[in-house]
Design a protein around this ligand. Structure first.
Ligand code: CAA
Length: 688
């Protein structure tokens, strides 16, 4: 393998350059190369300064994440950083792109830092379940103080260059290529315009108040996460002499490295990128700039907002002036909030408004490149819309439906251009939720699929490819998981107990809180729709139906599984309905411990996930994981249901499902692939 680190001497400057595409990750070869070249440069008596820079799009963007979990190989990054800091010859780092994590740690070990315009710096390790373990927790406080170091390390945010300068992270800005800036930095150093000093020799002002405040915030806002508290403990050690602090940092880093959360979060990092690698992505997408959105309700206005925020123009269609006016107001409100949250600049807000039109006439879709239908979930209504689209849209326009579960093949054949029809399933609120399920029907042309993925990229969403079935990937798995929850409800658990257990596992919200938020009539409607195809022997829990029949439709009516007065509390009327249903089924309520609730809920999720894979509805296990993490509040640190199964072991899941099947063999059935995996010890990860 060629050496990714090279040494060039220009006059009295030793230029050490790193070339390890795509992001110059500090792989083993880079680390070894850095140690060797630093040693060689230090031995050169005619060299008075060493400058580190990187080729390509960025300075080192971190340790090589692919190496985590594998046996460690010397030299480790902390040692590389110590070698740089200990260098007798002054070392300057020239930064560009995104010096992140281990990359910024290398830079902080240098004796001065110069950056090119546009550089963004950060310590995002916490997002991967670890901490900056190459001296970052010790050197950042020495350069920027404990409060700013805590902010950077606990948020992982990318710090823009002007802020990095004012914090004291960057000493100087230079234009040009990284190599030109490296030579420029050496010249400025010789003119004493750039001062060098060893970061480890700086002292840190103790700040117990900042450390305690950080601990309190974490306990309140991130109670499930392991690494944030460890980050604070490591920063607390920065008041010690550097070698002692570094030893403490190493111990805490190893604790994080060995935690299952690290594996889950790194799985999630790669998952976000892996899902875009679908067979159709090789084809050039169709060009798009003008988007038609049919329907001005919550979904339509969210989709329109997402498109406008991405700089696309939007024409929104509805059937009444009042509905359009409500849609227009909703979009304006969404854009205003995006400006207030700092997600959209006032300039872009103005461009977004000027690119937005509304109309009662579908003929105004004649020049749209992509049309997204978001009318109510009724097959006949959808077909009528698509027949009109067939008449009015230009040839080559992509015709998308935002249906959550209807048969897209049936919608497609209502047009004379089935190859242009695709499902683009957004999640509400569509301008905020990151998931887009791209549902590929039998006749969908590959470049239409590629266009769906390109649209998702423009909207900064995570697109996942799905096949056609009732509920596609996400809602199909959700339906099965909800049944498992309902069986526990009928058998003795309360909605509050189930929600509490699932939230303690790490879900953003338990199933009954989600149902109340979405509106209980929505799931009621899908149960009615599925009634005809429900297996006759399957247990049916009518609690949700009964609650709806009493006019309690969740949050919007103030009553559902919970009551929403000033405080949210279990709804006594719903509890009475549950008791009555148990009595009429002759069930004596039993106790469910939190562990059992989670085990059953997760077993149902894995069971349906495995079936979705067997049916070819999802391409790979990682696609199932991405759907749940980005669209359904699945805890990111657990990596998704299929990763969870790998963590627990397929044999454990099979044993659980077999045990549950003894009481209900209709619902609980081990999918063949899962049983095979349990026998062979195979993992879902091996199929990603
Ligand atoms: N290690 C290994 N591979 C990496 C990587 C890393 N640190 N960072 C990015 N990559 C890979 C991506 O997986 C992707 O690979 P594919 O093309 O095969 O999918 C490729 O590089 C390009 O990445 P992106 O698609 O994300 O490109 P981008 O331009 O959108 O973003 C980036 C670039 C901002 C650097 C982004 O990739 C990123 O945030 N990377 C992670 C940065 C990070 O977390 N660094 C800390 C690492 S942990 C650490 O350093 C520990 C320590 O303290 C010792």
């Amino acid at each position: 393998m060629s050496n990714p680190v090279s040494l060039e001497v220009v006059d009295r400057t030793a230029l050490v350059s790193i070339d390890n595409p795509p992001v110059n990750a500090a792989s083993h070869a880079v680390r070894a190369g850095l140690v060797n070249t630093m040693q060689a440069a230090n031995a050169m008596t005619d060299v008075d300064v060493i400058v580190l820079y990187a080729k390509g799009r960025t300075f080192i963007a971190g340790a090589d994440i692919k190496e985590f979990g594998k046996p460690p190989m010397d030299p480790w990054l902390p040692e590389v950083c110590n070698r740089i800091e200990d260098s007798a010859t002054p070392v300057i780092a020239v930064l560009h792109g995104t010096p992140l994590g281990g990359g910024l740690e290398v830079a902080m070990a240098a004796h001065a830092r110069v950056a090119l315009p546009g550089t963004k710096l950060g310590l995002p390790e916490v997002n991967l379940g670890i901490l900056p373990g190459a001296g970052g927790t010790q050197r950042a406080p020495r350069l920027v103080g404990i409060p700013s170091a805590l902010d950077m390390i606990l948020t992982g945010r990318h710090v823009p260059l002007d802020e990095a300068i004012s914090l004291g992270l960057v000493d100087h800005v230079l234009d040009g290529t990284p190599r030109e800036a490296a030579l420029g930095a050496a010249a400025l150093w010789r003119e004493s315009k750039i001062a060098t000093r060893k970061t480890g020799e700086l002292t840190v002002a103790p700040d117990d108040a900042a450390l305690n405040a950080a601990r309190e915030t974490i306990a309140k806002t991130q109670p499930h996460l392991f690494s944030p508290m460890k980050c604070v403990d490591a920063v607390a050690a920065s008041v010690l002499p550097i070698r002692e602090g570094l030893r403490k940092e190493r111990d805490l880093f190893n604790e994080c490295l060995n935690s299952p959360q690290r594996a889950g979060l790194i799985h999630a990092f790669f998952m976000e990128r892996a899902v875009a690698k679908v067979p159709e992505a090789k084809l050039a997408p169709r060009a798009f700039q003008k988007i038609g959105v049919i329907g001005s309700g919550l979904m339509g206005s969210g989709i329109a907002t997402a498109c406008l925020m991405a700089g696309l123009s939007v024409v929104m269609i509805d059937t009444s002036p009042d509905a359009l006016e409500r849609g227009r107001a909703a979009v304006a409100g969404n854009l205003d909030k995006a400006v207030a949250r700092g997600k959209l600049s006032p300039d872009k807000r103005a461009t977004a408004s000027s690119g937005f039109t509304t109309s009662l006439d579908m003929a105004h879709l004649s020049d749209a490149d992509i049309v997204i239908e978001a009318v109510f979930e009724e097959m006949d209504a959808k077909k009528a819309v698509f027949r009109t689209l067939d008449d009015v849209c230009k040839p080559g326009a992509v015709l998308a439906t935002n249906t959550s579960y209807l048969d897209i093949n049936e919608i497609a054949i209502s047009t004379r251009r089935s190859e242009d029809v695709i499902g683009l399933h957004f999640f509400s609120p569509a301008h905020i939720m990151r998931l887009l399920e791209v549902v590929v029907a039998d006749a969908t042309a590959p470049e239409v699929v590629s266009t769906g993925f390109a649209l998702a990229k423009a909207l900064r969403k995570v697109a996942v490819r799905a096949g056609v079935c009732d509920g596609f990937i996400g809602n199909r798995i959700l339906a099965t998981t909800r049944k498992a929850a309902d069986y526990m409800l009928l058998d003795g658990a309360s909605p509050f107990e189930i929600d509490t257990a699932i939230e303690a596992f790490g879900f953003a919200m338990g199933p009954y809180r989600v149902l109340d938020m979405a509106g209980l009539d929505i799931s009621w409607a899908s149960r009615k729709r599925q009634a005809a195809t429900r297996p006759a022997k399957e247990r049916y829990v009518a609690i949700g139906d009964r609650i709806c029949e009493h006019g309690m439709l969740g949050r919007k009516t103030g009553l559902g599984y919970y009551s929403y007065d000033e405080e949210i509390a279990p709804n006594p009327d719903a509890l009475a309905i549950i008791d009555a249903e148990r009595a009429s089924a002759g069930i004596k309520a039993r106790t469910f411990k939190a562990d059992e609730i989670v085990a059953r809920y997760m077993a149902a999720m894995v069971m349906e996930g495995a079936r979705v894979l067997e049916d070819g509805i999802a391409l790979r296990p990682i696609d199932v994981d991405a759907i749940l993490v980005f669209g359904y509040g699945f805890p990111r640190f657990r990596g998704g249901p299929m990763h969870y199964c790998d963590t627990e072991g397929a044999a454990t899941l099979v044993a659980r499902i077999d045990a549950y099947a003894k009481e209900d063999p209709v619902f609980w059935r081990v999918p063949d692939t899962l049983r095979k995996m349990a026998k062979t010890g195979a993992t879902f990860a091996a199929r990603n």
